[in-house]
Design a protein around this ligand. Sequence first.
Ligand code: DAH
Length: 347
Amino acid sequence: MENKEEIIKVLIDKINNANDLKTLNDLKVEYMGKKGIITELQSKIKDIPNEQKKEYGMNVNEIKNAFETNYATKETELKTAELNKKLESEKIDVTLPSKRIRKGSKHPMTRIREEMEDLFVSMGYEVYDGPEIETDENCFQKLNLPLGHPARDAQDTFYLENEYEAFLLRSQTSTGQVRVMEANKEKGPIRVVCPGKVYRRDDDATHSHQFMQMEGLVIDENVSMADLKGTLELFSKKLLGDKTEVRFRPSFFPFTEPSVEVDVSCFKCGGKGCPLCKQTGWIEVLGAGMVHPNVLRMCGYDPEKYQGFAFGTGLDRFAMFKYGITDIRTIYGNDLRFLNQFDRKDD
Ligand code: DAH
């Protein structure tokens, strides 16, 4: 092979002139590929006369080594250059101030709900979360409000039409009473709170079409009005302060007998009278009573054996008092100017 030196010179030149990895890789194909220059030289060895084979083979090897060494050097050089370029373009200045990470905060209703749940859990209650889409039966009939009962008027709600006609958006968390009693197969004692959203056909500054309630239900043998009073007194003092007084007024609810409305002494003025309590010294916070025998019976409990008390309270009212919110609709408006005011409050 007379032109060995020439072949080596050309390939070194070509490698040296390659300015990027793609061009370099093309050279690999040109020389070492299936039809590459070196590959062809190698395949020709079979046609070389025996006495020249050894020398020919050595020459081809020399060309191949020259290619491989130069190729490897160039490849390292180009890869390093590429990496340096990348590092340069992606350089970060660690001394720059960091971006402020915006931290969300809990919605005021979540705060109130969690606070109340914690209180009842500490008294041995379980928390039950029922569905917001309910049947007429669970929302009214099994709570002693048969079809056409006048007390339904106060809780007009949203009905789902057509095939779902039988369904409605629950107007009270008292539905939780029915669900928990029916789910309790052994028909044994119950101690539960059911917080959640409820709906009514209302819309003004103090009534929203969507609001939150928390229901409480205790069923056992020998439960009396005294237990109800003690529980609600403890709850009010823990939530609103030790000095809080509780007052029971006779009332009517179809699902309790007797029924009461519960007031707490005004937590702003301590009972002296102020704009918050409309100068009465009292604020109404709860409806409650002894579970009506009809309700017990409809939910599978024997009223001769078991008694129970129940109570229901509006969480929005507590939030409004606690945070001085004057329009209930702001609670559900999702306006950040409102929500940001609760950042880190109480934490
Ligand atoms: N469900 C009633 C309402 O929405 C509140 C209530 C009153 C719940 C008395 C009770 C109760 O469990 O015993 O107005």
